[in-house]
Design a protein around this ligand. Sequence first.
Ligand code: NAD
Length: 370
Amino acid sequence: MATRKLLLLPGDGIGPEAMNEVRKLISVMNEKFGCGFETEEGLVGGSAYDAHGQSISEADMEKAMAADAVLFGAVGGPKWADVPYEMRPEAGLLRLRKDMQLFANLRPAICYPALASSSSLKPEVVEGLDILILRELTGGVYFGEPKEITDLGNGQKRAIDTQVYDTYEIERISGVAFELARTRRNKVTSMEKHNVMKSGVLWKDVVSQTHKAKYSDVQLEHMLADAGGMQLVRWPKQFDVIVTDNLFGDMLSDVAAMLTGSLGMLPSASLGAPDARTGKRKALYEPVHGSAPDIAGKGLANPIAMIASFAMCLRYSFNMTAEADRLEAAIAGVLEDGLRTRDIMSEGKTEVGTTRMGDAIVAKFLSLAA
Ligand code: NAD
């Protein structure tokens, strides 16, 4: 049995509390099913700054580069509000994304039937929703040069950001989209603004060419990103995989996320290119939420976003589809049973803390395997 190397970076605030619940799952999967997970631990964010004066140490960066997958909790908090900019907690996450070249950000928006009534949209619009937003993460307007504010000398200033994409960047993200779609409902919607942006014209062309060359079995549609935003809140179930650039992806994935309720429920994955020799992609899995300093240390954090991130890790880094399906079914099952952490609590349900929610998911996972 090959070992599966995981690096756990719990981080700050509720990060370690949520990560504890994933540790339980890893132990159970090793002990009961011989899954062969080997874990290492590291520090990131404020906790790394306190220990090493850096938001992630070189030694932990090396561990991240050598791992099959990195599980990341959350970073930040008021304690580190005044540390120098380059050493701020978030810099650790940005360094990981940059050095591991994680260009593909996957944000599923799944609405568990038991939570359909807590969405701001009508239950029939979101119940059973299962879509995936794929955002290009390392290019586009957030990184393009020039990026500057210049003084025009007449009392005016000019701010410039540059939206820039090369063919290879669009090819590789659209390739990931088509491959993901093949494992789902086989449909990709590409979103850009080719009516007003040159980068949108190239985006649309390259996505179409990539589709024609290698993925013509997948259904492809193009949509303007603003229309896509409207469709997401009108009838989100029309989508399967949405692929879009860094800026539109940032916004559209937040919109899609909120269709499904609390921040405490939302997982994500960031993937790099496949290794030329092994075919394995570098990968980092993290909940969408931050370190939630307001509830840290109180045992109130919802661990589902972190656990669902681990389910994504099973699916995308280790091809453990059955286990990933079972873990997601275990999450749906405990919600069906009426257990709720405070952030998703509603009348008539049973409020539980982080540990009890984690224990219930482990127990359900085991019972579904029996
Ligand atoms: P946040 O996501 O930490 O919290 C927003 C609100 O949602 C809070 O009321 C919090 O209690 C609640 N919440 C979040 N996760 C929850 C969970 N799992 N269970 C129950 N409730 C949950 O965002 P914020 O308050 O804007 O930021 C706090 C800190 O986290 C800041 O330092 C910020 O920079 C950092 N941050 C880090 C990341 C990351 O590590 N990827 C992401 C976002 C924010």
